[in-house]
Design a protein around this ligand. Structure first.
Ligand SMILES: *Cc1c(COP(=O)(O)O)cnc(C)c1O
Length: 420
């Protein structure tokens, strides 16, 4: 059966919420994908920054298959030692600050989780008049997910069209605007939430100054500093976590993770700091006790065993540092072409955005510049990903071989040179 036939079938019984490219991927091998017609693609999309070790990494396949043969699912009513082992590794080697982890299955769930923690914190640490605090300040062009909570947190109107009324308790400010942030803090505010490097919104990094300022405002107003590390975490940005690449001296209170943590297996989590939240020294993480949150599929043995193999590989092979070096190579190479259609190359590590210059080439009706260039790349054998209307995102696997990286960049160069 050809790729096009299958794609047509998918329209029939699956909700058309995605505008899908007309290919069907049959299998993957490292940083290559192969479609049902036998075409090979260089994969700079990696499942949208999810397949952090590429496709079919032997250590990940082995861990998954072995666990499948022992115990796939186990209710959270019982001990799941794989959770403790993975949580210890994440806390010690990735987050690097004492805290505790809740396992879920996706980024949106992770964000809903930290929003719930922030609201509970707002009850335990109410406003001066005793009323609970519940508001979380987020930022324009952010992306936090599609659930009712994470969608309301997302500072992009297009995500929210006709889903109103939205969950209350969010206020959006321009990213990197410290004065705007300061002005937005009110009596109800209990947290400030952002991506250290906005992914979907166009690969827009926070400035170190903004991150320090936000952290200082949290201290001053007794707010929680909440990082959405779903896309920029787990080595992606050239440090264990994204915020550490931008400004390692700030310390978050809450962190959400997903995407790259599972290497392609559905996995997410959120981390809550053990820091004292009052004069009695109550640990922040202690406010989420039995009954406060749950997930049937959160932290199953198979998800944890698979993720453990992924994170172990990221740590042992020092893939964050590798991402840092390769990311700088991408930036230098693309900027070195000196092409008129390239305005900037933004981002950290292997979360890179090629900013396309407005008006430098003709875009067919109904396309965005990034969507158009992305479709040309696909035709030429390179899978990338748009981020906002004007940015082409390059997010290869952290272990992409240098030869495959070079191959992908040659394709990108020919596509960009062909724009008129
Ligand atoms: C993808 C993404 C999400 C949503 O993750 P899902 O697993 O799709 O729910 C949330 N935040 C950021 C920063 C993301 O990139």
């Amino acid at each position: 059966m050809g790729g096009r036939v299958e794609a047509a079938m998918i329209q029939e019984h699956v909700l058309p919420t995605y505008g899908r490219a007309p290919i069907t991927v049959a299998r993957g091998e490292g940083s290559y994908l192969f479609d049902t017609e036998g075409r090979r693609y260089v994969d700079f999309c990696a499942g949208i920054a999810t397949c952090s070790l590429g496709h079919c990494h032997p250590a990940v396949v082995k861990a998954l298959c072995e666990q499948a043969g022992k115990l796939m699912h186990c209710s959270n009513l019982y001990n799941i030692p794989q959770q403790e082992e993975l949580a210890k590794l994440i806390v010690e080697k990735m987050i690097g600050i004492p805290g505790r982890i809740f396992f879920c299955n996706s980024g949106a769930e992770g964000n809903d989780g930290i929003i719930k923690v922030a609201r509970r914190f707002g009850h335990r640490r109410p406003a001066a008049d005793g009323s609970p605090r519940y508001e979380v300040i987020t930022f324009n062009k952010s992306f936090h997910g599609r659930t009712l909570g994470s969608m309301a947190a997302t500072g992009q109107a297009k995500i929210q069209v006709e889903f109103d009324p939205l969950l209350i308790g969010f206020k959006y400010v321009d990213f990197n605007d410290l004065d705007g942030l300061k002005a937005a803090i009110g009596k109800e505010t209990c947290g400030i939430m952002f991506e250290a490097i906005q992914g979907e919104g166009g690969v827009n990094p926070a400035t170190a100054e903004f991150m320090r300022g936000a952290a200082a405002l949290c201290k001053e107003h007794d707010l929680l500093l909440m990082f959405d590390e779903v896309q920029c975490g787990f080595g992606r940005c050239g440090a264990p976590m994204g915020w550490q690449a931008v400004c390692p001296d700030v310390q978050p209170d809450l962190v959400s993770c997903a995407k790259g943590i599972g290497g392609g297996f559905p996995m997410g989590c959120f981390w809550v700091s053990n820091r004292a939240m009052d004069e009695q020294g109550t640990e922040l993480s202690s406010i989420m006790g039995p009954g406060s949150h749950g997930s049937t599929f959160g932290g199953t043995p198979i998800a944890c065993a698979t993720s453990l193999a992924v994170v172990t590989e990221i740590v042992n092979q020092n893939l964050a540092e590798r991402a840092r070096t390769l990311g700088e190579q991408i930036k230098a190479t693309v900027e070195g072409w000196g092409l008129p259609c390239v305005e900037t190359v933004r981002g950290y590590g292997l979360l890179r955005g090629v900013g396309l210059k407005k008006g430098s080439f003709t875009v067919p009706e109904g396309n965005t510049p990034a969507g158009y260039v992305n479709s040309l790349c696909l035709k030429a054998g390179l899978l990338a990903c748009p981020a906002g209307p004007d940015t082409l995102r390059l997010i290869p696997a952290l272990n992409v071989p240098e030869s495959v990286l070079a191959e992908g960049l040659i394709i990108l160069k020919s596509v960009l040179e062909g724009l008129s």
